[in-house]
Write a protein that binds this ligand. Structure first.
Ligand code: ADP
Ligand code: MG
Length: 250
Protein backbone atom coordinates (compact mmCIF):
# COMPACT_ATOMS: atom_id res chain seq x y z
CA UNK A 1 0.00 0.00 0.00
CA UNK A 2 1.25 3.47 -0.89
CA UNK A 3 1.73 5.99 1.90
CA UNK A 4 0.13 8.60 -0.32
CA UNK A 5 -2.00 7.89 -3.35
CA UNK A 6 -3.32 10.71 -5.49
CA UNK A 7 -5.79 9.65 -8.15
CA UNK A 8 -7.07 11.69 -11.08
CA UNK A 9 -6.95 14.97 -9.21
CA UNK A 10 -8.44 17.98 -11.00
CA UNK A 11 -8.43 21.62 -9.88
CA UNK A 12 -9.81 24.47 -11.96
CA UNK A 13 -9.45 28.18 -11.32
CA UNK A 14 -12.12 29.58 -13.64
CA UNK A 15 -10.98 28.55 -17.11
CA UNK A 16 -7.50 27.54 -15.93
CA UNK A 17 -6.85 23.85 -15.39
CA UNK A 18 -4.22 24.13 -12.65
CA UNK A 19 -4.28 20.40 -11.81
CA UNK A 20 -5.04 18.31 -14.88
CA UNK A 21 -5.88 14.72 -13.97
CA UNK A 22 -2.85 14.19 -11.73
CA UNK A 23 -2.15 10.74 -10.33
CA UNK A 24 0.92 9.93 -8.29
CA UNK A 25 2.04 7.87 -5.32
CA UNK A 26 4.60 8.18 -2.59
CA UNK A 27 5.81 4.82 -1.30
CA UNK A 28 7.46 3.90 1.98
CA UNK A 29 11.15 4.85 1.89
CA UNK A 30 10.69 7.17 -1.06
CA UNK A 31 11.64 10.77 -1.69
CA UNK A 32 9.44 11.65 -4.64
CA UNK A 33 10.45 14.99 -6.13
CA UNK A 34 8.00 17.09 -8.08
CA UNK A 35 9.61 19.57 -10.45
CA UNK A 36 8.27 21.90 -13.09
CA UNK A 37 8.42 25.51 -14.27
CA UNK A 38 6.83 28.40 -12.42
CA UNK A 39 3.06 28.28 -12.67
CA UNK A 40 3.01 24.54 -13.43
CA UNK A 41 0.69 23.90 -10.50
CA UNK A 42 3.08 22.47 -7.91
CA UNK A 43 1.87 24.58 -4.99
CA UNK A 44 -1.75 24.11 -6.04
CA UNK A 45 -1.22 20.35 -5.85
CA UNK A 46 0.48 20.52 -2.43
CA UNK A 47 -2.33 22.74 -1.14
CA UNK A 48 -4.91 20.16 -2.19
CA UNK A 49 -2.96 17.40 -0.48
CA UNK A 50 -2.78 19.46 2.72
CA UNK A 51 -6.49 20.28 2.60
CA UNK A 52 -6.12 24.00 2.06
CA UNK A 53 -7.72 23.78 -1.39
CA UNK A 54 -10.58 21.48 -2.38
CA UNK A 55 -10.12 19.62 -5.67
CA UNK A 56 -12.91 19.63 -8.26
CA UNK A 57 -12.56 15.88 -8.62
CA UNK A 58 -10.24 13.00 -7.87
CA UNK A 59 -9.13 11.46 -4.60
CA UNK A 60 -6.32 11.49 -2.06
CA UNK A 61 -5.56 8.46 0.12
CA UNK A 62 -3.18 8.47 3.08
CA UNK A 63 -2.06 4.99 4.16
CA UNK A 64 -5.11 3.55 2.45
CA UNK A 65 -7.67 5.94 3.94
CA UNK A 66 -9.55 8.42 1.86
CA UNK A 67 -8.67 11.89 3.18
CA UNK A 68 -10.02 13.88 0.22
CA UNK A 69 -12.72 15.55 2.28
CA UNK A 70 -10.92 15.89 5.60
CA UNK A 71 -9.99 19.23 7.18
CA UNK A 72 -6.37 20.36 7.49
CA UNK A 73 -6.13 19.41 11.22
CA UNK A 74 -7.70 16.00 10.61
CA UNK A 75 -5.11 15.31 7.93
CA UNK A 76 -2.32 16.38 10.26
CA UNK A 77 -3.74 14.12 12.96
CA UNK A 78 -3.63 11.22 10.48
CA UNK A 79 0.02 11.77 9.77
CA UNK A 80 0.26 14.29 6.98
CA UNK A 81 3.24 16.49 7.78
CA UNK A 82 3.87 19.80 6.13
CA UNK A 83 6.67 22.26 6.63
CA UNK A 84 7.30 25.89 6.07
CA UNK A 85 4.16 27.28 7.51
CA UNK A 86 6.15 30.04 9.17
CA UNK A 87 3.06 31.19 11.01
CA UNK A 88 3.15 27.99 13.02
CA UNK A 89 6.29 29.12 14.79
CA UNK A 90 5.98 31.30 17.86
CA UNK A 91 8.49 34.04 17.30
CA UNK A 92 9.16 35.00 20.88
CA UNK A 93 9.45 31.40 22.06
CA UNK A 94 12.72 29.51 21.73
CA UNK A 95 13.44 26.69 19.27
CA UNK A 96 13.17 24.18 22.07
CA UNK A 97 9.83 25.57 23.23
CA UNK A 98 8.44 25.46 19.70
CA UNK A 99 9.42 21.82 19.34
CA UNK A 100 8.09 20.92 22.78
CA UNK A 101 4.74 22.45 21.85
CA UNK A 102 4.57 20.34 18.70
CA UNK A 103 5.33 17.22 20.76
CA UNK A 104 2.60 18.29 23.16
CA UNK A 105 0.15 18.77 20.28
CA UNK A 106 0.88 15.28 19.06
CA UNK A 107 0.30 13.80 22.47
CA UNK A 108 -2.99 15.63 22.71
CA UNK A 109 -2.29 17.06 26.13
CA UNK A 110 -4.50 19.92 27.02
CA UNK A 111 -1.94 22.24 28.50
CA UNK A 112 -1.69 25.73 27.21
CA UNK A 113 0.21 27.42 29.94
CA UNK A 114 3.97 27.39 29.88
CA UNK A 115 4.70 26.67 33.53
CA UNK A 116 2.58 23.53 33.34
CA UNK A 117 4.34 22.44 30.19
CA UNK A 118 7.67 23.12 31.84
CA UNK A 119 6.89 20.49 34.43
CA UNK A 120 6.54 17.89 31.80
CA UNK A 121 10.09 16.69 31.52
CA UNK A 122 9.06 14.18 28.89
CA UNK A 123 8.19 16.91 26.44
CA UNK A 124 11.59 18.49 26.90
CA UNK A 125 13.33 15.16 26.55
CA UNK A 126 11.58 14.52 23.27
CA UNK A 127 12.34 18.02 22.04
CA UNK A 128 16.01 17.52 22.92
CA UNK A 129 16.07 14.19 21.13
CA UNK A 130 14.80 15.89 17.97
CA UNK A 131 17.34 18.68 18.32
CA UNK A 132 20.28 16.36 18.95
CA UNK A 133 22.85 16.33 16.17
CA UNK A 134 21.15 19.12 14.26
CA UNK A 135 22.76 22.51 13.62
CA UNK A 136 20.13 23.96 15.95
CA UNK A 137 21.22 21.98 18.99
CA UNK A 138 23.52 24.76 20.16
CA UNK A 139 20.97 27.45 19.37
CA UNK A 140 17.97 25.83 20.99
CA UNK A 141 17.42 28.48 23.66
CA UNK A 142 17.43 31.37 21.21
CA UNK A 143 14.06 32.96 20.38
CA UNK A 144 12.83 32.15 16.89
CA UNK A 145 12.87 35.82 15.91
CA UNK A 146 16.68 35.84 16.26
CA UNK A 147 17.27 32.86 13.95
CA UNK A 148 18.55 33.11 10.40
CA UNK A 149 16.23 32.05 7.60
CA UNK A 150 18.09 28.76 7.23
CA UNK A 151 17.75 28.07 10.94
CA UNK A 152 14.03 28.79 10.81
CA UNK A 153 13.63 26.30 8.01
CA UNK A 154 15.53 23.69 9.98
CA UNK A 155 13.25 24.42 12.93
CA UNK A 156 10.08 24.15 10.85
CA UNK A 157 11.27 20.74 9.77
CA UNK A 158 11.84 19.66 13.38
CA UNK A 159 8.43 21.01 14.40
CA UNK A 160 6.83 18.95 11.61
CA UNK A 161 8.84 15.88 12.67
CA UNK A 162 7.80 16.31 16.30
CA UNK A 163 4.36 15.16 15.19
CA UNK A 164 5.86 11.96 13.79
CA UNK A 165 4.26 12.28 10.36
CA UNK A 166 3.79 9.28 8.07
CA UNK A 167 4.79 11.52 5.18
CA UNK A 168 6.23 14.99 4.72
CA UNK A 169 5.11 17.41 2.02
CA UNK A 170 7.81 19.98 1.35
CA UNK A 171 7.18 23.00 -0.87
CA UNK A 172 10.56 24.45 -1.83
CA UNK A 173 12.54 23.85 1.35
CA UNK A 174 15.69 25.29 -0.27
CA UNK A 175 14.08 28.60 -1.22
CA UNK A 176 15.97 31.56 0.18
CA UNK A 177 18.80 29.52 1.65
CA UNK A 178 22.47 30.36 1.11
CA UNK A 179 24.96 27.80 -0.21
CA UNK A 180 26.01 26.48 3.20
CA UNK A 181 22.46 26.37 4.52
CA UNK A 182 21.33 24.52 1.38
CA UNK A 183 23.98 21.87 1.91
CA UNK A 184 22.90 21.50 5.52
CA UNK A 185 19.27 21.18 4.46
CA UNK A 186 20.09 18.54 1.82
CA UNK A 187 22.01 16.51 4.41
CA UNK A 188 19.19 16.88 6.89
CA UNK A 189 16.51 15.81 4.40
CA UNK A 190 18.58 12.81 3.33
CA UNK A 191 18.75 11.70 6.96
CA UNK A 192 15.05 12.27 7.58
CA UNK A 193 14.19 10.49 4.33
CA UNK A 194 15.51 7.23 5.77
CA UNK A 195 12.51 7.10 8.11
CA UNK A 196 9.93 9.41 6.61
CA UNK A 197 8.81 9.37 2.99
CA UNK A 198 8.50 12.75 1.28
CA UNK A 199 6.90 14.56 -1.59
CA UNK A 200 9.45 17.25 -2.35
CA UNK A 201 8.63 20.25 -4.53
CA UNK A 202 11.92 21.92 -5.32
CA UNK A 203 13.49 24.22 -7.89
CA UNK A 204 17.03 23.50 -6.80
CA UNK A 205 18.12 20.73 -9.17
CA UNK A 206 21.21 19.93 -7.14
CA UNK A 207 18.93 19.13 -4.21
CA UNK A 208 16.49 17.15 -6.35
CA UNK A 209 19.21 15.05 -7.94
CA UNK A 210 20.92 14.48 -4.60
CA UNK A 211 17.77 13.42 -2.77
CA UNK A 212 15.10 12.03 -5.06
CA UNK A 213 14.43 8.34 -5.48
CA UNK A 214 11.83 9.31 -8.10
CA UNK A 215 11.12 12.50 -10.02
CA UNK A 216 7.86 13.60 -11.61
CA UNK A 217 7.66 16.55 -13.95
CA UNK A 218 4.61 18.78 -13.90
CA UNK A 219 3.92 21.12 -16.84
CA UNK A 220 0.68 23.08 -17.21
CA UNK A 221 -0.92 21.01 -14.47
CA UNK A 222 -0.07 17.66 -16.06
CA UNK A 223 2.56 15.12 -15.15
CA UNK A 224 4.51 14.69 -18.39
CA UNK A 225 7.12 12.27 -17.07
CA UNK A 226 7.96 10.25 -13.98
CA UNK A 227 11.04 8.17 -13.34
CA UNK A 228 14.45 7.89 -11.75
CA UNK A 229 16.82 10.87 -11.71
CA UNK A 230 18.71 9.40 -14.67
CA UNK A 231 15.55 8.71 -16.65
CA UNK A 232 14.33 12.26 -16.11
CA UNK A 233 17.70 13.75 -17.00
CA UNK A 234 17.66 11.88 -20.29
CA UNK A 235 14.00 12.35 -21.17
CA UNK A 236 13.81 14.48 -24.36
CA UNK A 237 10.26 15.65 -23.63
CA UNK A 238 11.34 16.90 -20.23
CA UNK A 239 14.34 18.68 -21.67
CA UNK A 240 12.20 20.39 -24.25
CA UNK A 241 9.13 21.22 -22.20
CA UNK A 242 10.73 22.11 -18.95
CA UNK A 243 14.40 22.79 -19.27
CA UNK A 244 14.66 24.11 -22.77
CA UNK A 245 18.44 23.85 -22.75
CA UNK A 246 20.53 20.83 -23.63
CA UNK A 247 22.85 21.18 -20.68
CA UNK A 248 20.31 22.37 -18.12
CA UNK A 249 20.24 19.04 -16.33
CA UNK A 250 23.97 18.65 -15.93
P1 ADP B 1 3.75 26.59 -9.10
O1 ADP B 1 3.73 26.36 -7.63
O2 ADP B 1 4.12 25.37 -9.89
O3 ADP B 1 4.62 27.76 -9.49
P2 ADP B 1 0.98 27.36 -8.76
O4 ADP B 1 0.34 26.13 -8.23
O5 ADP B 1 1.29 28.43 -7.79
O6 ADP B 1 2.28 26.95 -9.59
O7 ADP B 1 0.05 27.98 -9.88
C1 ADP B 1 -0.49 27.21 -10.95
C2 ADP B 1 -1.39 28.08 -11.78
O8 ADP B 1 -2.59 28.34 -11.06
C3 ADP B 1 -0.81 29.44 -12.14
O9 ADP B 1 -1.23 29.77 -13.43
C4 ADP B 1 -1.41 30.35 -11.09
O10 ADP B 1 -1.50 31.67 -11.58
C5 ADP B 1 -2.78 29.73 -10.90
N1 ADP B 1 -3.31 29.92 -9.53
C6 ADP B 1 -2.73 29.49 -8.39
N2 ADP B 1 -3.51 29.77 -7.34
C7 ADP B 1 -4.61 30.40 -7.82
C8 ADP B 1 -5.80 30.93 -7.23
N3 ADP B 1 -6.03 30.86 -5.91
N4 ADP B 1 -6.72 31.49 -8.06
C9 ADP B 1 -6.53 31.54 -9.38
N5 ADP B 1 -5.42 31.04 -10.01
C10 ADP B 1 -4.49 30.48 -9.24
MG1 MG C 1 4.85 27.21 -6.05
Amino acid sequence: MSVLQVSNLVKRFGGLLATDDVSLTVEEGEIHALIGPNGAGKSTLINQLCGELAPNSGSIHLAGRNITNLSVPDRVARGLGRTFQVTNLLNDATCRQNIAMAVQAREGLNFRIWDRVARRQRLWDQADALLAETPLAERCDIPVQDLSQGERKQLELLVALARRPRILLLDEPMAGLGAVESQEMIARLALIGRDTPMLLVEHDMEAVFALATRVSVLVYGRIIASGSVDEIRENPEVREAYLGAEDALC
